[in-house]
Design a protein around this ligand. Structure first.
Ligand code: CA
Length: 238
């Protein structure tokens, strides 16, 4: 597949926006620039993009509000946030679930390009894998990877975050096999493994709480001590 991905840049500093656009174009991507939050939202509604690079501090509508609105409208386009030092850390952390990645300003354009490539690669894998098997069933649970929605055996509806969906996708694709923590970091977080393996354990705990009848005695999300995790859909206890 070529790298001709359409990428939306929502950034109110004209020089930075132009610099990013120029570098993306040089890599063969198709950049589009929106100068404020509302314009960014309009652009994202108007046509499909493979990625949105979204500044947080923006006139008319901040980046968090734009992302929230897109998700509320069912737009699951990957988002890479650009954050300033003054942005509240707790809000950024809260948004890591809905974001694919974030970068703190100032940053090196070379690093931005690496992250963009990693996000696109990840998203293309997710789409391909989802086309192969859009819905999985295990026990009485059902997960639809197209909509990020799940339903557990007791009928509770769940909206999965991006990262939960990516982890579950990876485990389901490799059903019955042990998937190491390193592989999960590599696929779900990309080239730079900045979260600790503790982070992965927390995501697995969340999946268990959603889909296991007894999260302390998991039947689907098995821990393989010292290595990683193994997913089974047939309720086995190997
Ligand atoms: Ca800004």
């Amino acid at each position: 597949m070529s790298s001709e991905a359409r990428i939306l840049i929502v950034e109110d500093e004209p020089e930075l926006a132009a610099g990013i656009a120029e570098n993306l174009a040089a890599e063969g991507y198709v950049p589009e620039v929106a100068p404020d939050g509302q314009a960014g939202l309009d652009a994202a509604r108007r046509r499909e993009h493979e990625l949105v690079i979204l500044d947080v501090m923006l006139p008319r509508k901040d980046g968090f509000a734009v992302c929230r609105q897109l998700r509320a409208e069912g737009n699951e386009v990957p988002v890479l946030f650009l954050t300033a030092k003054s942005d509240p850390r707790d809000r950024i952390r809260g948004f890591e679930d809905g974001a694919d990645d974030y970068m703190s300003k100032p940053f090196h354009l070379a690093e931005l390009l690496l992250r963009v490539a990693a996000i696109l690669r990840r998203n293309r894998w997710y789409k391909r894998s989802t086309l192969d098997r859009p819905v999985i069933h295990f026990g009485g649970n059902e997960v639809d990877f197209r909509t990020y929605r799940g339903r557990s055996a007791d009928g509770t509806e769940h909206e999965l975050t991006h990262k939960e969906a990516l982890i579950l996708r990876l485990l389901a694709e490799r059903e019955g096999e042990v998937v190491s923590r390193d592989e999960i970091l590599d696929v779900v977080w990309g080239y730079e493994a900045f979260p600790s393996s503790r982070t992965i354990d927390n995501f697995i705990l969340r999946l268990r709480r959603r889909f296991e009848q007894d999260p302390r005695a998991p039947r689907y999300f098995h821990t393989v001590h010292g290595v990683g995790y193994r997913f089974t859909s047939d309720d086995d206890d190997r």
